[in-house]
Design a binder for this molecule. Structure first.
Ligand SMILES: [Zn+2]
Length: 469
């Protein structure tokens, strides 16, 4: 009996280092790794000489089919496949009415809602996914009856729960305290967007009152200390209740200092940042205007350094995209406060972050694999994802580390018709992306029909010390 596919001639990147080896795939799973002559025979052989082979990127923070994103599963996951991303974790919004924020006259939130229903609605919308997807349950109303669903949500393969401390979906510290206790009983993960709501609201109102609508006036309305204040509160509550804590889109030195302090206690605290917080500063608001507007804001050059220091020392574990798709027309507004938050980067995150981390900063491929693939898979209960190893899903990227090209938004698979990386020259290009051993995208676009599947995730096991570096 032979395998289905042999991948030979390339350099494999793992969380430990790089090796000159090939591997064999059977029924979508990696069944052998080693020298070409020791691999089992296979029906097909793919020679990837001159290229790196990376595990598919696992992106645990994307907005597809949401109130804030025009991407459907088809277009959002096409962008993912083009960008070497083979797993995404999207959000199921408890009280979302299904309206788009920019189109709706009133609120896009109902007064109450069921997490299980929201999960079902997302799964029903996802038949055209090109890559595999999981979901986070997103609690968007301060209504304790939602706690009754937590156990069934975990059993449905959704062991992570998202909360906001800001916006009209934000909840109070008291509510978080009660929720975290229940999540701790289930060993589930609390996923937090932390900014101090009253500080952000007051500073936003002051800018509106004094007519400071230029995009360069935006970052001061959501300052680093507001991020750190709310993070400190939420992580304290997680520590008290022994609940796993995952902080999303960390932007600032002030915030990672709070995370580092919490981690020193041996508590179960992890965090992510995003490619834009590692490659851009608030100067982008002068250069790109509202196109670069997202929340929390881009910060200073020192904050960018803090992101890399934290990713290297293990204070932060993951780089996610926080992909949000809007049109250029929607983003083009007179005053920044009328601009929808969010930027799209599912298609560009790997080449942009690779160029920054490997080419500009001299970091090893093992670092790239850890923060883009292994750590997010391990953090969110996906043992079969994020690694090139026997028994893992054969999700991989054929990546040419030497080709230099210019990123252009005209090539977007996402419905977003702009890119904050438009015109950026990077070295290193996604050649082909494979999902469970089958080609899903190459240089020209997605290939074949959508085969992405829903991932019912395990409750993840976290090392109590947190360190995965
Ligand atoms: Zn987000």
């Amino acid at each position: 009996m032979g395998a289905d596919l042999r991948v030979v001639g390339g350099t494999l990147a793992t969380a430990q280092g790089t090796i000159e080896a090939g591997f064999a795939v059977e029924d979508g799973t990696i069944v052998a790794i080693g020298d070409e002559q020791h691999l089992p025979n296979a029906e097909h052989t793919l020679d990837v000489a001159g290229n790196m082979v990376l595990p598919g990127v696992v992106d645990p923070h994307v907005h597809i089919n949401g109130f804030n994103s025009i991407d459907t599963y088809e277009t959002g996951t096409a962008a993912a496949a083009r960008g070497g991303v083979t797993t995404v974790i999207n959000f199921a919004w408890q009280t979302w009415t299904g309206e788009r924020e920019r189109d709706a006259d009133g609120s896009v939130w109902a007064d109450s809602g069921s997490l299980l229903d929201a999960i079902d609605r997302q799964r029903e919308s996802a038949s055209e996914a090109y890559v595999d997807y999981g979901l986070h349950a997103t609690v968007t109303a301060e209504d304790r009856t939602v706690f009754d669903e937590f156990e069934a949500v975990v059993e449905a393969g959704v062991p992570s729960f998202k909360f906001f401390t800001v916006y009209d979906v934000g909840v109070s510290n008291g509510f978080l305290r009660l929720a975290f206790e229940r999540l701790a009983d289930l060993d589930a993960v609390a996923v937090l967007h932390t900014e101090d709501d009253s500080v952000c609201q007051a500073l936003t109102a002051e800018r509106r009152r004094t007519d400071r609508g230029h995009p360069t006036d935006y970052p001061g309305s959501r300052p680093d200390y507001a991020e750190a204040m709310a993070l400190s509160d939420a992580v304290s509550l997680a520590t008290e209740t022994d609940c796993k804590y995952y902080g999303i889109h960390t932007t600032s030195r002030a915030a990672v200092d709070e995370l580092a302090t919490a981690r020193e206690d041996g508590t179960r605290v992890r965090g992510e940042t995003c490619p834009h917080f590692t490659t851009l500063t608030e100067d982008a608001y002068a250069e790109q205007g509202t196109m670069a507007l997202q929340s929390p804001p881009l910060r200073t050059a020192d904050d960018v350094e803090a992101m890399f220091e934290s990713l290297r020392d293990g204070t932060l574990d993951v780089v996610s995209t926080d992909h949000v798709a809007s049109t250029q027309a929607e983003k083009t507004v007179e005053n920044w406060w009328d601009c929808p938050f969010g930027v799209n980067s599912l298609q560009t995150a790997l080449p942009v972050f690779h160029d920054e981390a490997i080419n500009r900063r001299g970091l090893p491929y093992s670092f790239l694999v850890r923060v883009l693939s292994r750590n997010p898979a391990q953090t969110f209960g996906l043992p079969q994802k994020g690694r090139l190893a026997v028994g893992a899903d054969a999700d991989f990227v054929v990546f040419d580390p030497s080709e230099t090209y210019e990123i252009s938004a005209t090539d977007n698979a996402s419905l977003a018709d702009y890119s904050i990386y438009d015109g950026r020259e990077v070295t290193g290009k996604v050649r082909e992306t494979y999902l469970r051993g089958r080609l899903v995208a190459d240089d020209t676009g997605v290939v074949g029909s959508p085969r992405g599947e829903y991932l019912a995730r395990d409750v993840p096991t976290w090392d109590p010390q947190g360190g995965m570096a």
